[in-house]
Structures are given as structure tokens and as C-alpha cells.
Design a protein around this ligand. Structure first.
Ligand SMILES: Cc1cc2nc3c(=O)[nH]c(=O)nc-3n(C[C@H](O)[C@H](O)[C@H](O)COP(=O)(O)OP(=O)(O)OC[C@H]3O[C@@H](n4cnc5c(N)ncnc54)[C@H](O)[C@@H]3O)c2cc1C
Ligand code: HEM
Length: 528
């Protein structure tokens, strides 16, 4: 150790080196814990009346950020209760916070790998997004608290001044990192993300890179070895994942009915994807080529593959946003398709499920359709039930266009719920005499309707839709207890799976139903 350093900080200058290794070690153990957890924990959700223990177990299974971060923080903060004096060796603790935030970047980066090669079998990257958001916020907050405490520390110490300290290049770099951390925190808040996702993503990428590299310039003792080295390695894997597994393509076709619905169906050439992929997987689409810097700066758009590997095209079903800035796939343009990412469904479900109910809403049909076909054609199950909740009949037409060439037959188990209320539909009906679809319930004889008012069996086609469905339910939402009444068989709950995709309210309702009936549950949500 140099004598000048010794004079400046006494024996405390290197006090946090061990602590850094401790955080890295806990991060590695946590990673192994994640690997093991999904293999041993049950995927059954807990009900509100379940014991705390059961809730914690499900929280661990579903990577609930609150539970996972509580465990991690207790482990990370325990060494703060140490043999250094808070009053006389304050800077040891302030520095410790800085080191903690930097070492945690490694865990953050590794959890975000897409695909995550080490956790590939049991997780998909979207499983980690909620944890990523909260872990990142904690990292950024700790970095800011570290900076603010140093400013206060210099302010109150007679022998130092804030200005003279900030004139030192390395401290000034620290100030920049602190400001960036604050901005990252601000831009990544939910409302900011919803307002302008592009702005969030661009700042997110610039600031996270500078957190990684600028902190390495700022930190003393250095963090180059091993942390910066490991982070650069993980960043290189991120870069490779986004480059090697990307393909360039254009669209084969696009079905729209813009006058009536924002739901569109898009077909890509089969070659846009690898030969094999899992049902319900998603791709990410960028309008930029890999050599364009915007490919790296702006987000790619995730869309679920609605077709199966054996189909001749790759189909997408997209609820397009009307905003002019929003992403739309256009005929004639070229796109980069990045990888295919596993669905948020455990492999155990795909390999051993015997009773399956799939409930999806709106564009969530893109997730339900391939899974329904998988459980019908490739891995036949004892009981299969498929529900699509759609806003209005025009959305049905888009699905019909997409399925017109296929052998899709849901006449035994596919139930459509058109949720928009009958009054508004009837009013619309009168306004649009030229529309040949006849939807009014009165036009059906009692034999064509079941006890819930659903149009059943072949009559679905007489409504104007060519989709082969078991029932079309008008103007009502799903009633879980009634509409899934044949689903749960108490003797095989271990291999019974409810799969949902749609708005969070639908997913929560499904989770509650699964918890109440002691069955397995998995869901995909179309939001990050
Ligand atoms: C795993 C997954 C699968 C999906 N599959 C489908 C699908 O099959 N069909 C479908 O219609 N939609 C799907 N989505 C949603 C779709 O990716 C977004 O709606 C779309 O990227 C929004 O783009 P935009 O330009 O219209 O967004 P904007 O108009 O900019 O914003 C609208 C909303 O979308 C969110 N958003 C914007 N860009 C992205 C992005 N790149 N990634 C995630 N969210 C974003 C914003 O936070 C905002 O709340 C999926 C999302 C995920 C996470
Ligand atoms: C401060 C709060 C943060 C929030 C709320 C946040 C949120 C997100 C979200 C929502 C995504 C998914 C984006 C998408 O796929 O469209 C994402 C991706 C990612 N984040 Fe963060 N993040 C934060 C900070 C960080 C930090 C500090 C790091 C650095 C370690 C980081 C590293 C990554 C990486 C590597 C990706 C993948 C990017 C890609 O594939 O292009 N994030 N983050």
C-alpha cells in the first residue's frame, strides 16, 4: 500500500475489498439458488388465506421482487454491522454503499441475459423483468445515497470542502454518475415508460453503460478487476445475443380492418425463425438493421408467434397502437427479427400437463393459439379448453383471415366471449345496416343458445364467422366458476394447468382461480 494512501485513510482504505467479494459471492449463490428453486418449488399460486410460509414459497417461485430483494438485502447489509466506528470511520460505510451498488450491477446484467443460457431450462428473461426493475432502482438509489452522503461528509468535515473535493477529477466523475443515476430513476418510472418508451430505453441504455464504465474510472480502490472485467464479458454476451441470432426479413402479408379494429394479423416468411421453437414463444422486431446505431439505442418490439414450427409462415397478431409514433409493421419495409424467446411457461407444463385450460384476452390470442394447437396436436391432453375474450366481432374477422388457410378446428373446445355489451352492439348494428354479420341474440332460436346465452356449436358459423368454435358468448365476460366448471379434477391437480395471457386484471383473476382450486398456473403479460 502506498504511504500517501496510508496517511489519507489509515488502515481503512482497503476495508471494503473483502466486502465486494462477499457481495459477488452472495450474488453467485443467489444465482445457484434460482437454478435450483424452479426445479423443486411447486408452481401453484398461494391464496390470500394461505399461510405466510406458502406465500413466501410462491413468492420465491414467481420471483416476487419484494421477497427476493428482502432476502438479498438482509445478506448484503449484514456486514454493515461491523467493527468500524460509524462516528470515526464514517467514510468506510459510505464507500461500502458505493461498492455494493457497483458489484450488484453484475447480478443485474447476468439476470437480464436474453436468452439466459444458464437459466434457460426453467426461466425466460421476462420472468426477471420485475426483479430487474426493483433491483436496478435499489442499485441506483444506493449509488445516489453514497454520493449524497459524501457531499454531506465533505461539507461537515473542517479539513475538506465540497468544492475542493469536486475539483478532483475522479470525484467529479462520481458526481456525473450520481446525476445520471437520478435521471435513470426518473425516466424509468412507470408513467415515464408509458409516455415515451423510446426515451426511456435510450436513456436507460446510455446511463447503464456509463454507470458501468464511469464508476470504474471513479472508484478507489479500483473496481476494474474483477468487476468491470466480468461486466464487460456479460455485455459482450448481450451484444452477441442481439447480433448472431438476428435475421433480416420483410412481411409476406398483413390483414387489417382499420375502420373497425386495431387488431391486425401479420405473416412473415417461415425462414424468419429457426427450424424449432416453443409454442407461445416470442420474437423481438426492430425496424433497424444491426449496423444502424438506432438498433442498439432504441427498443425492439416483442411479439408472440401465433403459429407453429410446422406452419409455412410465421404469424403475428398485433393490437396496433393508434399513436403516430407507435410501432407498426408495414408491407415493403425490412425488419430485423431477434431470436425467439421461450414463453413464460415451465417446461414441465409442456411435457407433462394432462388437463389444460387456456384463457386469453384481445391480442393475447397470439399466445393461446399455438399452445392450444400444441396440446391438441403434438401433446394431446385428457382435457383441453380454450377461451378467447375479445372486445368485438371485428377482432374475430382478423383471426378468421389468419386462419382461413389452416386446418384449425375448435368446434369441441374453443369458446369465444365477445365482451362489448349487447346494447352498444345492437345500436351499432342499426347504424351499420350494410354489415352482413347478424349478431342479435333474438335472431337465434332457443335451441341455438345454451343456458348462458352463448351461441353454440355449428351456429357459430351462421353468425358470419368461419372460425370453428364450440361457442360464441355475446356481451358477457367469463365466469370462472361456471365456464371452467368441468376443468378441475381433484385427483390430478398436479398435472392441471391454467394458462392465461391478457390484461393484468384477467391474469390476476386466473391466478386467483388457480390458487383457489390448487392447480398450476402460468401467464404471459404483454408489457415490460
Ligand atoms: C413477451 C411479450 C410478448 C408480446 N406479444 C405481443 C403480441 O403478440 N401482440 C401484441 O399486440 N403485443 C404484444 N406485446 C406488446 C407489444 O410488444 C407492445 O405493445 C409494443 O411493443 C408497443 O409498441 P408501440 O410502439 O405501440 O408502443 P408505444 O405506443 O410507444 O407505447 C405503448 C405501450 O407499450 C409499451 N411499450 C412500448 N414499446 C415497447 C417495447 N419495445 N417493449 C415492451 N413494451 C413496450 C409502453 O410502455 C406503453 O405502455 C408483447 C409484449 C411482450 C413483453
Ligand atoms: C433504474 C431502473 C431500471 C429500470 C426500471 C429498468 C428497466 C428495464 C426494462 C423494463 C427492460 C426491458 C426493456 C425491453 O426489453 O424493452 C430493461 C432491460 C435491460 N436493462 Fe434495465 N432498468 C433499469 C436499470 C438498469 C441498470 C442499472 C442496468 C445495468 C446493469 C440495466 C441493464 C439492462 C439490460 C442489459 C437490459 C436488456 C437490454 C436489451 O436487451 O436491449 N438496467 N431494463
Amino acid at each position: 500500500m502506498s504511504s500517501s494512501l496510508w496517511k489519507r485513510h489509515g488502515e481503512t482504505h482497503y476495508a471494503n475489498i473483502q466486502y465486494g467479494y462477499y457481495v459477488l459471492g452472495i450474488s453467485a449463490l443467489y444465482f445457484i439458488f434460482l437454478m435450483v428453486m424452479r426445479k423443486v418449488l411447486p408452481s401453484r399460486p398461494a391464496t390470500s388465506s394461505d399461510s405466510k410460509f406458502k406465500k413466501i414459497i410462491y413468492g420465491l417461485y414467481s420471483i416476487d421482487p419484494a421477497i427476493n430483494l428482502c432476502i438479498l438485502l438482509v445478506l448484503f447489509l449484514t456486514p454493515f454491522y461491523g467493527h468500524y466506528s460509524l462516528a470515526h470511520q464514517t467514510s468506510v460505510y459510505i464507500k461500502r454503499l458505493g461498492r455494493l451498488s457497483y458489484v450488484l450491477l453484475t447480478l443485474n446484467l447476468i439476470l437480464n441475459l436474453r436468452p439466459n443460457w444458464l437459466l434457460y431450462r426453467d426461466y425466460t428473461y421476462t420472468d426477471f423483468i420485475p426483479l430487474h426493475k426493483w433491483l436496478s432502482r435499489i442499485i441506483v438509489l444506493i449509488a445516489m445515497v453514497h454520493g449524497i452522503l459524501f457531499l454531506i461528509y465533505w461539507g461537515v468535515k473542517d479539513e475538506r470542502s465540497v468544492l475542493s473535493e469536486l475539483k478532483k477529477a475522479k470525484n467529479f466523475v462520481g458526481l456525473i454518475v450520481m446525476i445520471e443515476a437520478g435521471l435513470l430513476l426518473l425516466f424509468s418510472l412507470g408513467p415515464a415508460r408509458r409516455l415515451n418508451y423510446n426515451l426511456f430505453f435510450a436513456t436507460h441504455n446510455i446511463f447503464t453503460l456509463s454507470l458501468i464504465f464511469l464508476t470504474a474510472i471513479h472508484a478507489r480502490p479500483g473496481v476494474g478487476v474483477p468487476y468491470l472485467g466480468i461486466n464487460i464479458f456479460i455485455l459482450a454476451v448481450h451484444l452477441i445475443s442481439k447480433t448472431v441470432f438476428a435475421r433480416s426479413t420483410d412481411l409476406l402479408g398483413k390483414y387489417t380492418d382499420y375502420r373497425n379494429t386495431n387488431l391486425v394479423a401479420v405473416q412473415l416468411p417461415r425462414a424468419a425463425l429457426a427450424d424449432a421453437f416453443e409454442p407461445g414463444c416470442h420474437i423481438r422486431i426492430s425496424p433497424f438493421r444491426r449496423i444502424n446505431p438506432l438498433y442498439w439505442l432504441l427498443p425492439s418490439h416483442p411479439f408472440t408467434v401465433a403459429s407453429m414450427p410446422s406452419d409455412s409462415t410465421v404469424d403475428l397478431i398485433i393490437a396496433e397502437n393508434k399513436h403516430p409514433r407507435s410501432f407498426k409493421l408495414e408491407m415493403g419495409a425490412r425488419y430485423t427479427i431477434i431470436n425467439n424467446y421461450n414463453p413464460a411457461i415451465p417446461r414441465l407444463c409442456l411435457s407433462s400437463a394432462t388437463r389444460v385450460s387456456i384463457v386469453c384476452g384481445g391480442s393475447g390470442i397470439s399466445f393461446g393459439l399455438p399452445l392450444y394447437r400444441y396440446f391438441k396436436e403434438l401433446h394431446p391432453v385428457d382435457y383441453l379448453h380454450f377461451v378467447w375474450l375479445t372486445r368485438d366481432r371485428y377482432q374475430l374477422k382478423v383471426l378468421e383471415d389468419l386462419l382461413k388457410e389452416s386446418s384449425f378446428d375448435g368446434s369441441a373446445d374453443f369458446h369465444i366471449f365477445i365482451t362489448r355489451d349487447l346494447d352498444s352492439m345492437e345500436q351499432e348494428q342499426q347504424e351499420q345496416d350494410d354489415i352482413d354479420l347478424e349478431f342479435e341474440l333474438e335472431s337465434f332460436t332457443p335451441e341455438q343458445l345454451d343456458e348462458n346465452g352463448a351461441v353454440v356449436g355449428d351456429t357459430a358459423s351462421s353468425m358470419g364467422t368461419k372460425i370453428k368454435a364450440a361457442s360464441v358468448n355475446l356481451g358477457r365476460r367469463i365466469n370462472w366458476a361456471v365456464d371452467l366448471s368441468n376443468f378441475v379434477d381433484a385427483s390430478v391437480t398436479d398435472t392441471t394447468w391454467l394458462l392465461t395471457c391478457g390484461p393484468i386484471t384477467l391474469i390476476d383473476a386466473g391466478r386467483q382461480y388457480a390458487a383457489g382450486n390448487g392447480i398450476n398456473f402460468a401467464s404471459e403479460i404483454y408489457a415490460l
